[in-house]
Design a protein around this ligand. Structure first.
Ligand SMILES: [Zn+2]
Ligand SMILES: [Zn+2]
Length: 259
């Protein structure tokens, strides 16, 4: 059985709470919201970062990661994302203004750049180390993909749908792909903040309950992430108070999910 470790489970930072990052193995992670604090020096082993989208809480540790371990790295840090994601990161962070462009800086004693950016597309499968990652578009404020994660030799997969508003494609994927044993879905705001959630293209417990009406399976484990920490008690109460969401498991930093 394979497992992933939740390095950051939240949609904003607070003391002891990190933003989105999932560790698939020592070398492969999805999103870079919280890598350095939970991993410490082990973060130097990361070779592949698959991004869901460009928002700050999903990329925050990327500039620090490439800088902190620059002297000890001999292999590039491979960063994968949609064209929009990579363009935004290059234009607004690695632009020699906010931060050096590490894709132009070779590692010490090599011709290899410290970062290699890779543009990926929705509805494709990418193989890296022992994983197959299939990209599925979500419905967020900026172009965003989730990932169906399979580890070689395992029959089951797990689907992380990332930041999203209401999105038929997510439920189509879990209904049609019975190998998916677990889904990680977001729920960022309490139901009373539906207007704010809609404007930012996020879900609330009430919206998630409406989405779950489209789920045709009863064997899917569903985990919830990306709560805003200051609003988490209300969100957790509301999830527990609805028949369609009361069995969902709310994630915290450090959780391990088997699939
Ligand atoms: Zn987010
Ligand atoms: Zn976002």
């Amino acid at each position: 059985m394979a497992s992933i470790r939740v390095l950051g489970a939240y949609g904003a930072r607070e003391k002891g709470k990190g933003t989105t990052a999932l560790q698939l193995s020592d070398t492969v992670v999805i999103d870079a919201g919280n890598l350095i604090h939970p991993l410490g020096s082990a973060a130097a082993r990361i070779d592949h970062i698959f991004l869901t989208h460009c928002h700050m809480e999903h990329i925050a540790d990327l500039p620090f990661l490439v800088d902190a371990f620059f002297a000890q790295r001999s292999r590039p840090l491979n960063v994968y994302g949609l064209a929009h994601t990579i363009e935004q990161i290059k234009a607004h962070i690695f632009n020699w203004g906010i931060w050096p462009d590490f894709s132009e800086i070779p590692l010490i004693g090599t011709e290899t750049p410290a970062i290699v950016f890779h543009v990926i597309e929705p509805d494709r499968t990418y193989e890296v180390e022992e994983f197959r990652l299939t990209t599925v578009a979500s419905n967020h404020l900026v172009p965003t993909i989730g990932y169906v994660i399979e580890r070689r030799g395992e029959a089951r997969s797990i689907y992380f749908s990332a930041d999203t508003y209401r999105c038929d494609r997510i439920w189509q994927e879990v209904n049609e792909n019975s190998a998916i044993s677990a889904l990680i879905v977001e729920c960022s705001f309490p139901s009373a903040m539906e207007r704010l959630a809609k404007s930012g293209h996020h879900l609330t417990p009430a919206l998630l309950a409406k989405e779950l009406a489209a789920l045709k399976r009863t064997d899917l484990r569903i985990y919830v992430n990306h709560l805003k920490p200051e609003l988490a008690p209300t969100i957790i109460y509301e999830l527990s108070d609805h028949p369609l969401t009361s069995d969902l498991l709310v994630l915290d930093d450090g959780d391990e999910i088997e699939y």
